[in-house]
Structure formats: C-alpha cells, structure tokens
Design a protein around this ligand. Structure first.
Ligand code: G4P
Length: 528
C-alpha cells in the first residue's frame, strides 16, 4: 500500500532545510556554497560555482546582465541531498545587484547562515541582511571564515557580533591558533579536535579527546597554543553563553563555527551540526491563521519574479515557496488575488546547474513557475482556501532618479512599462507635486535603475533618461499638521502611486529638522 499523503508530508517536511547564506561580498559565500554542493554531490568539480561568478562580474550592459540573470536564476536556488536531508540554499545576490529582491528572498528561508571574514568582522551588507532575518526571528548560524589567514581575536569578533548586531553568540568550536599558526579547531560540543595538517592545510584528522585540556592537544599544538586554548576556553566556560536550543530557534543566540571554506576545513562539521540544529519548514502565519506545512492542502507564495530569461520570449519566472501540502506537476490551484484557478504546467526546479521540470515538490522547496504576466510579488496560490501570506516586507528606497521619456509620443507605452515594473517590485514610483509634473524613481540598489532603463527599451520600446538625485531617505508622512512648505531645503514632498505623501531628504540632518518642526506628523520608512 502506498504511503498516505499525510505520512509522506510529515517525512518530506522533516528532512527539509531551506536557508540563505548572508554575507558581505568577498567573505567567501561562493566558495562555501561550492563546498556544500560538493558534499551533496550536486556538482562534481570544484570551480563550477566560481566560474559562474566570474561571468557575473563582466556586466556593463543589459545583455550581460541578462546573461547573468540567466545564470543566476539557476543559482537562485540550489537543491541537494546530504545525510538524509534535502537542502535548499537560496542565493542572495551580491553587491552589484543588491535590491529589494535580496531582502524578499530571505522571507523564503527558514534559517540563515551568516558568513563572516575573520579579518574583517561584521561588514555593512551583512548588517542589512542580518536585520531582515532578525525581524523575522529566524535562527541564524554563524560561520567565521578564512581561519587560515591572520584574523581578529575570536572574543573580539563575538563582541562585535553582539554590539553591532545585537545577538548573543555561542561558539560551537574554537580555533587552535590562526593564520600560519592554525593547527585545528576544538569542537566544544563533541569534544574532539579537528586537525589541520600539511602546508596546504588539506589533510584533516579528527580525534576524540577527554576535553580541551587533553594532552593529545598539547602534543599536537605545542605548549604555547595549548595554553592559549585552555585559557580561552576556561574563560568561555565561565563567562560565555551556554548553548540554549530554544534561544537559537528564536534567533536570540547564534551558534558560531570557525573554519576555512577554501581549505574545506570545518565545513563538513558545520554542515552536519547545522542540519541537526536548523529548523525544518515551520508553521507560517497567514490571513486564514497559521498554516502547518503538513496540511494536505497545497499553499505557497511568490517572493520573486525574474524577467526575460530568454530575450526571444518575454517570459518571466515566478519563484514560489511552498508552505504546505504537496505540489504536483499539472495541478490546478487558486490564484488568490486574481480569484481564479490556474494550472501549474511547466514548473521548474533548480539544481546546481540545470533547470529541470519538477514533478513533485514539498514544503520548504522553491519552484519556478512560468509567468505570462499574471503574478505579482506576494501573490499566494492555494488549493481551496483564500489564504494569503503576510510575508512581503517593503523597504524604503535609498537611491532616487528623475525620469524623463526621450520621445513624448511614447507616453502610453512608458506608463504601461512603469506600471508593470512597479508591480513586479523592480522600482518604486513617486510623483512630484510642484510646478512641473515630475516622475521620480526610488530603488535600494543601483542595478535596479539599469534594469529599468534596459527593460523599458527592450520590452516597451521606450527610451528613458535618468537623472540621479541627491536624496538618500524616503519617509511616508501623515498628520493634520503636515505642511508642504516645510519641505523645501534639502528635501522634497512627493506622492506615491496611491497618493500618499512621501518626503525625500538629502541627509539625516534635513530629516531630523523636519521631524522636529512637525512633531505631530508621523514619518514612516514604508508605505502605510
Ligand atoms: P563571495 O562569494 O562572498 O564574494 O566570496 P568568494 O567565495 O568569491 O571568496 C572571495 C575571496 O576569498 C576569494 O579569493 C576566495 O578564494 C577567498 N576565500 C574564500 N574562502 C577562503 C578561506 O577560507 N581562506 C582564504 N584564505 N581565502 C578564502 P579571490 O582572490 O578574490 O578569488 P580567487 O582568485 O581565489 O578566485
């Protein structure tokens, strides 16, 4: 007899781990991802992911971006099996194409791996991404990378994590030496040493020990390093946080692992521990109440739309995170916002290299749906109920430009393009209410402007000109005492697509001044 659906769902959910790696460029995300994929046998050759990244940097015009998108869509989600688990890694784009997409992708993850360069510590982009994860309260695991290089003191790094990110940390292992002196790590939980050997740091020996005072370590590391290790771990035992799984699950405590991705040192232990501690897909909140992943009715939501995978066709791929039930190719589901049934005929799933047609998928999985223009970010699909997931955060734009159309006769197409791209979440549009009718675009990443310009031309036949403005902050303002005349110096009052007032400021000082002058007005970072 075949397994009942509910049994199958339980098993499949149990083994899934869906997470994102968050880091600042150059911390080693590509390298770590590649090592993880190698463990899972999803790729056979080291260098595969790297090669893709190399392509990514050669971007100046849109065709290149397009190519990169084509490449990066296959890497937007990477799925592989390891130790009985099915793992989905969500890629968060790097520096250049940082955008709202990056943030939204994080809503599809059940946990995050925060990758930190041992020499650089907590960097700008890590902070931004961390904050999004922290807001959702998902568990965050820290991997401190490049231990084979001279880096900062581990205590100092832990302190920085706490000071800058506001999360306490608990080291799961501890380095024995660092840089040229690195000879291994001590695993505090399993009470074992993992030893680095040879000049190329490639041979790894794992040995069980009594505890960190074990003479075996002294023999291996020498007096100086062993004394240092004992001193540091004694201090940690006394003053450090205890491992508390409940706190980890609530995102209040981050387990810290030290290693070196490039040398594949500490990566496997990290992966094993991570899989044990990271959450399986959990209950998600919706307008219809909590949705359990093992609910038999299929539900999911779209967190990202990627356009023009193939320039010959205007197709888009909508990325859907499955929240409950079983997905089967060809199934009919309700498109909740549109209020109609649709058939999911050509779903794609993403492995390291290829795009495959997926036959079935389960909660935690991400599938790519062919989108003939019917989906918007945040749309829910469901079997039966009118469920919608309240997962899509919106963000305050930080970069602004005035847009003009080169050929005034193209105004209709221009409007269509702007509407479509706003819907997709590529840009936010504002209108200036002054003497001239002005359209201002707001984005969180520069690449979004390039994408806008290119797509307006390629898809709508409209050439636009963008003039970068000096504003840095947008605040939605409301209140009876709102006085437009107070937004003149280093600021401007505009309206968003729904007619809400938005104040743009050139700097923090201008924003503070406006707030002081109008104490009864509310200033919010996102639209009401
Ligand atoms: P990213 O995706 O986070 O941007 O980082 P990526 O993996 O590309 O790594 C950035 C650089 O750091 C690369 O060097 C990579 O080889 C190096 N790296 C990654 N992990 C480690 C590590 O554990 N130890 C050391 N010493 N280096 C590491 P690159 O010179 O920029 O590139 P490449 O010439 O090695 O390709």
């Amino acid at each position: 007899m075949s397994k009942s659906l509910s049994e199958q769902l339980k098993q499949e959910v149990e083994k899934r781990r869906t997470f994102a790696i968050i880091s600042h460029p150059d911390a080693g995300k590509t390298t770590l991802t590649e090592k993880l994929l190698l463990f899972g046998g999803a790729i056979r050759l080291a260098g595969t992911v790297k090669a893709r990244k190399a392509n990514k940097h050669a971007t100046s015009d849109w065709m290149e971006i397009e190519k990169q998108r084509g490449i990066s869509v296959t890497s937007s989600v990477m799925q592989f099996d390891f130790n009985g688990h099915r793992i989905n890694i969500l890629d968060t784009p790097g520096h250049q194409d940082f955008s709202e997409d990056t943030y939204r992708t994080l809503t599809a993850a059940d946990s995050a791996v925060m990758l930190i360069d041992v020499a650089k510590g907590v960097e700008a982009q890590t902070i931004k991404l961390f904050q999004v994860c922290a807001k959702r309260g998902i568990p965050i695991f820290t991997f401190i990378n490049k231990l084979d290089r001279e880096g900062r003191n581990p205590f100092e790094l832990m302190e920085e994590i706490e000071q800058v990110l506001g999360i306490r940390s608990v080291p799961m292992n501890w380095p024995i030496g660092m840089g040229r002196e690195l000879c291994g790590v001590y695993d505090r939980m399993k009470k074992q040493v993992e030893q680095f050997q040879g000049d190329d740091h490639s041979v790894i020996k794992v040995e069980k020990v009594e505890d960190y005072r074990d003479p075996v370590i002294r023999e291996m590391a020498g007096d100086y390093l062993h004394d240092q290790l004992c001193e540091e771990l004694e201090l940690l035992d006394v003053a450090g946080d205890e491992f508390d799984y409940e706190k980890v699950k609530r995102g209040e405590l981050t387990p810290v692992f030290f290693g070196s991705a490039i040398n594949n040192f500490g990566v496997q232990t990290f992966l094993e521990n991570f899989l044990q501690l990271a959450p399986k897909p959990e209950i998600r909140q919706s307008t219809e109440g909590p949705v359990d992943p093992t609910d038999e009715k299929f539900t999911g939501y779209i967190f990202k739309i990627q356009a023009n995978m193939n320039p010959a066709h205007r197709d888009r791929i909508a990325f859907l995170r499955i929240c409950s039930g079983k997905f089967e190719r060809g199934m009919s589901v309700k498109h909740v916002r549109a209020g109609k049934e649709i058939k999911l005929a050509q779903p794609q799933q993403f492995l390291a290299q290829d795009r495959d047609i997926v036959q079935e998928a389960f909660p935690g999985d991400i599938i790519g749906l062919f989108d003939p223009g019917i989906f918007r970010i945040g749309d829910s699909l469901s079997q039966g109920s009118e469920v919608t997931f309240d997962e899509m955060p919106t963000f305050s734009p930080e970069i602004f430009a005035r847009v003009t159309v080169k050929n005034a006769l193209k105004h209709k197409q221009y409007q269509k393009g702007v509407d479509q791209l706003t819907e997709e979440g590529t840009i936010q549009v504002f209108h200036a209410t002054g003497v001239f009718d002005e359209t201002i675009l707001g984005v969180v990443g520069q690449l979004q402007f390039e994408v806008f310009e290119y797509r307006m031309k390629a898809e709508y036949g409209v050439e636009v000109q963008l003039l970068r403005l000096t504003y840095q902050f947008a605040r939605w303002v409301a209140g009876a005492s709102l006085d437009p005349s107070k937004f003149r110096i280093n600021s401007q009052l505009v309206t968003d697509k729904n007619g809400n007032y938005v104040a743009l400021f050139e700097n923090e000082y201008a924003m503070r001044t406006a707030m002081d002058k109008m104490p009864d007005v509310t200033f919010s970072e996102t639209a009401p």
